[in-house]
Design a binder for this molecule. Structure first.
Ligand code: GRF
Length: 200
C-alpha cells in the first residue's frame, strides 16, 4: 500500500498539526493544509515544512453548501485519502461529509459522547466531572457523533482552571492524534457499525 494522502484542516494555532508533522508518520504524506482563516498560525507551520497550503475564507460565500462545494473542487487534484480535522472551527455539512465518506477524522477535547460541541473543556470543568479527556473519531453527518477510534482520560484536579485543564488536554491530543492517524493509515483498524476495532 502506498502512503495515504492526507489533508489537515486547521483554523487556528495548529499545535495538533505540528504534532502530526513532528510524528513523521511513515504511512502518510501531508499533501495539503487547508484553512478557512487567513490569519491561522497553522499556515506558517505548514510553510515552514514546505507543505502546500489552501486558504479559502468562508466569509466570501453565501451558504455553507456553496463554500463546501468550492473546497471539494479545490481539493480534488490532491487525490486525498484522509481528511484530518485539527481545530477546524467550521461545522461540515452533508455536502462535504458525503464527498469524503468515512475518510474524515476529528479530535475532540472531551470524552464523547459527553460534552460535544464547542468549549468542551470549560463545560466539563463547570459541570464538575472528575475525569474528562480526548476523543479521536470518524466524522459522520452529526456533530461529534461518529465512530470512536481512540480515547484517553484526563483527570480534573481541584486546583485545575480552564487554562491548566486545556494544557493537559492538548498534551494528550498531541500524543493520541498521530497514533490514531497511524492506525488508520496502516490499515490496522476497521469500522463495524459504531465500533472501530483492530483487524484480526
Ligand atoms: C484542540 O483542542 C482540538 O481538540 C479542538 O481544537 C483545538 C485545536 O488546537 N478541536 P490546535 O489549533 O491544534 O492547537
Amino acid at each position: 500500500m502506498g502512503k495515504m494522502r492526507v489533508a489537515v484542516f486547521a483554523s487556528g494555532s495548529g499545535t495538533n498539526l505540528q504534532a502530526i508533522i513532528d510524528a513523521d508518520i511513515q504511512t502518510i504524506e501531508i499533501a495539503v493544509v487547508f484553512t478557512n482563516n487567513p490569519d491561522a498560525y497553522a499556515i506558517e507551520r505548514a510553510k515552514k515544512h514546505n507543505i502546500q497550503v489552501e486558504i479559502i475564507d468562508h466569509k466570501n460565500y453565501k451558504t455553507r453548501e456553496e463554500y463546501e462545494k468550492h473546497i471539494i473542487k479545490v481539493l480534488g487534484p490532491y487525490k486525498l485519502n484522509l481528511i484530518v480535522l485539527a481545530g477546524f472551527m467550521r461545522i461540515l455539512s452533508t455536502v462535504f461529509v458525503r464527498a469524503y465518506k468515512n475518510k474524515i477524522v476529528n479530535i475532540h477535547p472531551a470524552l464523547l459522547p459527553s460534552f460535544p460541541g464547542i468549549n468542551a473543556g470549560r463545560r466539563a470543568l463547570e459541570y464538575g466531572v472528575k475525569y474528562t479527556g480526548v476523543t479521536v473519531h470518524f466524522v459522520d453527518e452529526g456533530v461529534d457523533t461518529g465512530p470512536i477510534i481512540l480515547q484517553s482520560v484526563v483527570e480534573i484536579k481541584d486546583e485545575d482552571t480552564e487554562d491548566t485543564l486545556l494544557e493537559k488536554i492538548h498534551e494528550v491530543e498531541h500524543r493520541i492524534y498521530p497514533k490514531a492517524i497511524e492506525l488508520i493509515s496502516s490499515g490496522e483498524i476497521e469500522v463495524i457499525g459504531r465500533r472501530v476495532i483492530k483487524k484480526s
